[in-house]
Design a protein around this ligand. Structure first.
Ligand SMILES: [Zn+2]
Length: 179
């Protein structure tokens, strides 16, 4: 597997998806009980070695901590550490874009770690540290990395948290109207 170094939108999207599987975002319910399903969704090869799921849960805590404390030096140091499993830099065969390969024999958590590191570094470099944010929905404990062009994303899971806020606003409008 190769990770294109300029594809931070894809990589940061995986980092965002990962942190929002945490029990703290789902009122205590684990939303990453099975690594194969998450890896399959994002086309990441898995080897299903013992302990991998636990390693990914630890990675999730690390990535969340970085999003929550989005100081530039801290982000760069933390994300660089996540890329320690990279093997070598190369060019993608089909497009000649800069890419990095995990070192041979890297586990799924190591590949995911590399992806999260590349995503965070790419966003810091291209978009800036203000793109690491907590979800704007009042009751949500999610977080996200905003890779949209205008940078006005507000919710960790726009389809879910954005809709909840819309429904709540709609209800309060109706209530005001009926009052
Ligand atoms: Zn949210």
């Amino acid at each position: 597997m190769q990770v294109a170094l300029d594809d931070y939108v894809w990589a940061a999207g995986i980092a965002t998806d990962l942190v929002n599987t945490a029990p703290e975002v789902w009122h205590g319910e684990e939303h990453l009980p099975d690594l194969a399903a998450f890896a399959g969704l994002h086309s990441i090869p898995t080897s299903a070695r013992p302990g991998e799921l636990r390693a990914v849960h630890r990675l999730r805590v690390t990535v969340r901590e970085l999003i929550d404390h989005a100081d530039r030096a801290h982000l760069i140091a933390g994300a660089s550490a996540l890329t320690s499993t990279s093997g070598h830099i190369t060019l993608l065969a089909d497009s000649a874009r800069w890419a990095v390969s995990p070192r041979p024999g890297a586990t799924a958590p190591e590949v995911l770690s590399l992806i999260c590191g590349v995503g965070i570094l790419g966003v810091v470099q291209t978009l800036g540290t203000e793109r690491f944010r907590a979800c704007g929905a009042p009751a949500c404990r999610g977080a996200f990395i905003d890779t949209t062009r205008p940078g006005r994303r507000r919710y960790c899971m726009p389809g879910l948290c954005g809709n909840r806020v819309n429904v709540a606003n709609h209800r309060s409008r109706l209530k005001r109207r009926d009052a």
